[in-house]
Design a protein around this ligand. Sequence first.
Ligand code: ZN
Length: 255
Amino acid sequence: MAHFVRSLAALLLGACLVLADGTHAAARGTRLSKAERAVLDKALSEKRFGDLRKELRLLALKVARRPKAAQEAFAALRADYLAKRTAWLRAAVAERFLPVARELITARARDKKSTASASLTWVRSQLGEHVARRIADALKASEKLTTAAVLEAWKQRKRGAWRTFEFPTGGQSQIVATRQLWWSTARENQRVDRLFQALLLDTKLLDLGKRNPKVPCKACRGTGVEEYFVRRGKEHTRTCRRCGGTAHAPATRYR
Ligand SMILES: [Zn+2]
């Protein structure tokens, strides 16, 4: 894990250096002083985006009295700085969204007083907003980040690798009375899976990929048949109830 964090940090640093290079090229025509650029770079690297915007506004007033070419160069530079802020926000949100969603879902699944329908409604109508709020607070980006801005950054994120989600058994297409019975007797990880399924299928927060990718069914160990009972030394089998004999787990890809 520590190694992963270190490589990620190195990767991000590398990306910042590459970006910084482009910014300096754009800065040449603006007649900004070294000190003025240093203030912008420092605000950017320290993620003080509120300060970055303020500095850019002040510089825009100064540059407004300069020749047209300098003004145009400044406009390009400004767009460049703001694009970096946007790229950073998208990456930061992309990295946090699923872990935070899972954390909130787990807390909800642990809540013994919650009902199945209230929990599912909560996922469908409020979870995205809660995740966005949590991320906005965690980023402390020195500018007021609205949940709408976080959700937009999530929508525009750079897509990562597809992951696989196996649908939980039970609880999905039952009438409410039995669904609640299932909910109150299910294990915590089963309730987490059920809520995660609602996040995948009932909100538009994630991309859904291929259905039923070839993941071997765990119930029948990828054979499509399960042992039913053994009587007088004779083994009786039946079609696997989980995968319906396809030998593949009911699952979906998502990201
Ligand atoms: Zn099976």
